[in-house]
Design a binder for this molecule. Sequence first.
Ligand code: AFP
Length: 340
Amino acid sequence: MTNHVTLTQFIIEQQRELPGVSGTFTSLLNDVVTACKKISHLVNRGDLVGVLGSAGSENVQGEVQKKLDIITHDIMVDALNWTGHLAGMASEEMDGIIRIPPQYPKGKYLALFDPLDGSSNIDVNLAVGTIFSILRCREGVEPELEDFLRKGAEQVCAGFVLYGPSTMMVLTTGHGVNGFTLDQDIGEFILTHPGMTIPDETCEFAINMSNRRFWEEPVRRYIDECLQGSEGIREKDFNMRWIASMVAEVYRILTRGGVFMYPYDLRDPSKAGRLRLMYEANPMAFIIEQAGGACSTGRERVLDIMPTGLHQRVPVILGSKNEVGRIVDYHKNEGAVEAV
Ligand code: AFP
């Protein structure tokens, strides 16, 4: 088989079109790819290499950590902290920012990542993923928290790797969205899904229905109208999916459209939502918008949120543009909700 474009080749060719680029970004992306290949290998080996099950500890958000949550966090940090491409990192599994050890050179980018999203799925052999977001850093400074707390609209790159039946990387650098499949035989990600786009209309929604009693009225109204199907005001039947793994839901939406929601709910007033702005919502919002979709909290565009903390949570409604627009319209008469 010839003429297969590898991820590295694709990024180098994209960078050539931009004046004055140094190639550092391509190298950084290769560091991320190396880490994700290692994670893919471990996820695939599962219990054969003893990586399943609980670690018996809790992360900064008070969630029970799986062994793989910790292992994948370490793989990401170890692959990224010594190469000289990053000025600092932040991980969903760690409280504060992760500094580059003093013996290594510092680069001009910041990386934020959720090393194993959907980790509750790992022990039941369902899809999980790694999500990452890259920001530019002021050069020559030791980054502090404020350097990370930037709007999602400032991301230079966002991507995720889905460890499913195939391992796929989906990537945007702000020029559309492209999907790459890991060819296990040669160890390279190959461009298989160029120019991914999301249809504006959909008949499929994804939400955790067990939370219905905690939702606000606009979300209840939208879902109830979908459930009424062809007999209701939507005059068409809807299908529902819930994988409890955002990477898998977003990948499905990128391939056949749909809407995914983890909305604001009234379970715990101290939490504005379930998903983390910096590690999940922002990178996915960048990808979704670049593929022609939309991403909102219901009240504002996710990429416009000014973050107040590394582990801040936000409501997320993303996917096909017209459906997200409809849900946002339903929110218009509701009061504002404070993000925490
Ligand atoms: P975990 O990484 O803790 O499994 O969380 C996954 C996730 O952040 C996101 O990927 C899912 O869409 C969502 O949580 C599932 O949440 P529920 O378990 O409440 O449905």
